[in-house]
Design a protein around this ligand. Structure first.
Ligand code: NDP
Length: 448
C-alpha cells in the first residue's frame, strides 16, 4: 500500500512502537498512504521530520477513575485524554464512554480529529478522550458519580484555551452537564471548557443536531456537484440510532428522502414506509431503550437481530452512523450491487480500508468521516466563539454557518481530489487538504 520510502519508514516505526494498536495503525496507514503525493512535492516535510512528529501525540494521559455505584461498591475504570496536535488551536475532540475504549481507539480518533478540525477552517487542534466505562444499564446517579470522578482528574489537563472536550459515543447532554458541573465546582469558573453544553448554561443552539445535519449538507452538496442529484426521493439506510443517526435521519427526511432502516448494537429495524423518527426519539432519547421496541409501535416494520445485516438492504444512499469498522468489503459490494450512489460517513472510520477503496474504485460518491461528519466539531467551534464573546446566536444563524462550513469542506476536499487526478478519491482529497494547513503551521512554529 505504501510506495514512498520516507512514508514507509515512518509507518514501519509506528508499527514497531504500537504493534497491538490495530485501529490506530489502520487510521495511520490510510492517512500516510494518501499523503504520499504531498510528501513527494514537499521535500521540507521529510527534511524537518514533520510526518514523524505528526503521528506522535503531543501528550497522552491515562488515569484511574474510581467511583462508588448505587450498591455502595467501589468501581474502577480507566480514563484517557490524548492531546494530539495543537499547531492550529487548542486541542478539541470528544469523550467516548464505551467498554471497547482503549489506547488504540483513543489514538485513532485523535489522529483523525487533527485533520478533521483542520478541514473545518476553524482554529482548533485535535484531541480525543474517554473511558472504558459502560453507561448502559447505569442509573442517573451512577452516571453522575462516574462523570464527577472522571472530571476530578481531567480538569487539570483542560481549559478553554488549552483543550476543550465534547461528547461522542455514550456522552450526550446528560453526561456533559455532570462533567461541566464538576469542572465548575472545582475551578469556580464559568468558561467554555466543554462543548455540547445545555442551552441554559452556555450551550449552542444547533449543536445537538450538528453532526447529523452537517453530514446531510455534505452529502447533498456532493450529490449536486458530482451527480447533479439530491436526497429527493432517495431511499436511505442509516446505521446506529444515537445522536448522529437520529439527526441525519431528520435532515435526510426533510430534504425529501425516505429513511427505511436504523440500528443499534443488537440489531436493525426496517420500515418500508419510512422510519417514524418521533418513535425512535422517544425510545432512544427519552426511554434510553433498544431499537427493537420500534416494532411494538409500528407492527408493519420488521426487526432483525444482528446489526451487520443492515447493509444488505437496497438503498440509494448509505449513511453509516454507529461505530468504527462496521462496514467491510462484503458490505460495500452488496451496497454497490444494490445500486448505492453515495456512502457518506457519520461515524468515525465506519468503513474498513478495503471497503473505502472499493467505493472509490467503483465511483460511488464517498464522504470520508473526517470531512462528512465534521459538522459536530465545527458547531462546537461556534459554541466556543459564543462562549468567548458571551453571546448566543439563534438556531438559524448557527445552522446557516454549519451549512456554509460543510459546503466549503466538500469543495476543498473535492478540488484537492481533482487536482490529484481522481475526483472520486475523497480520502486523499480530505487527508491532503487537512494536512497542508497542519504541516505549514508545524513548520512555522519551529521544532516541537
Ligand atoms: P451515540 O452513543 O449517541 O450512539 C451510538 C450508536 O451507535 C448507538 O445506536 C449504538 O447502539 C450504536 N453502536 C455502537 N456500537 C455499535 C456496534 N458495535 N454495532 C452497531 N451499532 C453500534 O453516539 P454518537 O451518535 O454520538 O456517535 C456515533 C458515531 O459518530 C461515532 O463513531 C462517533 O465517533 C461519531 N461522531 C459523533 C459526533 C457527535 O457529535 N456526537 C461527531 C463526529 C463523529 P447501542 O446503543 O446498542 O450501543
Amino acid at each position: 500500500m505504501l510506495n514512498n520510502s520516507y512514508v514507509k519508514r515512518v509507518y514501519d516505526s509506528l508499527v514497531l512502537k504500537n504493534s497491538n494498536e490495530k485501529e490506530f495503525l489502520q487510521a495511520a496507514l490510510e492517512i500516510l498512504a494518501s499523503l504520499e503525493p504531498y510528501v513527494e512535492c514537499h521535500p521540507e516535510i521529510e527534511k524537518n521530520k514533520v510526518l514523524e512528529r505528526f503521528v506522535e501525540p503531543e501528550r497522552f494521559i491515562q488515569f484511574r477513575v474510581a467511583w462508588v455505584d448505587d450498591k455502595g461498591e467501589v468501581q474502577v475504570n480507566r480514563g484517557y485524554r490524548v492531546q494530539y496536535n495543537s499547531s492550529i488551536g487548542p486541542y478539541k475532540g470528544g469523550l467516548r464512554f464505551h467498554p471497547s475504549v482503549n489506547a488504540s481507539i483513543i489514538k485513532f480518533l485523535g489522529l483523525e480529529q487533527v485533520l478533521k478540525n483542520s478541514l473545518t477552517s476553524l482554529p482548533m487542534g485535535g484531541g480525543k478522550g474517554g473511558s472504558d466505562f459502560d453507561p448502559k444499564g447505569k442509573t442517573d446517579h451512577e452516571i453522575m458519580s462516574f462523570c464527577q470522578a472522571f472530571m476530578t482528574e481531567l480538569y487539570r489537563h483542560i481549559g478553554e484555551d488549552t483543550d476543550v472536550p465534547a461528547g461522542d459515543i455514550g456522552v450526550g447532554g446528560r453526561e456533559i452537564g455532570y462533567l461541566y458541573g464538576q469542572y465548575k465546582r472545582i475551578q469556580n469558573k464559568n468558561v467554555g471548557v466543554l462543548t455540547g453544553k445545555g442551552i441554559p448554561f452556555g450551550g449552542s443552539l444547533g449543536r445537538t443536531e450538528a453532526t447529523g445535519y452537517g453530514l446531510c449538507y455534505f452529502t447533498e452538496e456532493a450529490l449536486r456537484v458530482m451527480r447533479q442529484d439530491s436526497f429527493k426521493n432517495k431511499t436511505v439506510v442509516i446505521s446506529g440510532s444515537g445522536n448522529v443517526a437520529i439527526y441525519a435521519c431528520e435532515k435526510a427526511t426533510s430534504l425529501g428522502a425516505k429513511v427505511v432502516a436504523m440500528s443499534d448494537s443488537n440489531g436493525y429495524i426496517y420500515d418500508e414506509n419510512g422510519i417514524d423518527l418521533v418513535i425512535v426519539k422517544e425510545i432512544k432519547e427519552v426511554k434510553r431503550g433498544r431499537i427493537k421496541e420500534y416494532i411494538s409501535s409500528v407492527p408493519t416494520a420488521k426487526y432483525q437481530e444482528g446489526a451487520r445485516g443492515i447493509w444488505q438492504i437496497p438503498c440509494d444512499i448509505a449513511l453509516p452512523c454507529a461505530t468504527q469498522n462496521e462496514l467491510d468489503l462484503e458490505d460495500a459490494k452488496s451496497l454497490a450491487k444494490n445500486g448505492v450512489i453515495a456512502v457518506c460517513e457519520g461515524a468515525n472510520m465506519p468503513s474498513t480500508l478495503e471497503a473505502s477503496k472499493y467505493f472509490i474504485e467503483h465511483q460511488v460518491v464517498y464522504g470520508p468521516a473526517k470531512a462528512a461528519n465534521a459538522g459536530g466539531v465545527a458547531t462546537s467551534g461556534l459554541e466556543m466563539s459564543q462562549n468567548s464573546i458571551r453571546m448566543s446566536w439563534s438556531f438559524e444563524e448557527v445552522d446557516k454557518k454549519l451549512k456554509e462550513i460543510m459546503v466549503q469542506i466538500f469543495q476543498n476536499v473535492y478540488q484537492t481530489a481533482i487536482s490529484l487526478g481522481n475526483p472520486y478519491d475523497t480520502v486523499t482529497g480530505a487527508n491532503i487538504a487537512g494536512f497542508d494547513k497542519i504541516a505549514k503551521a508545524m513548520l512555522s512554529l519551529g521544532v516541537y
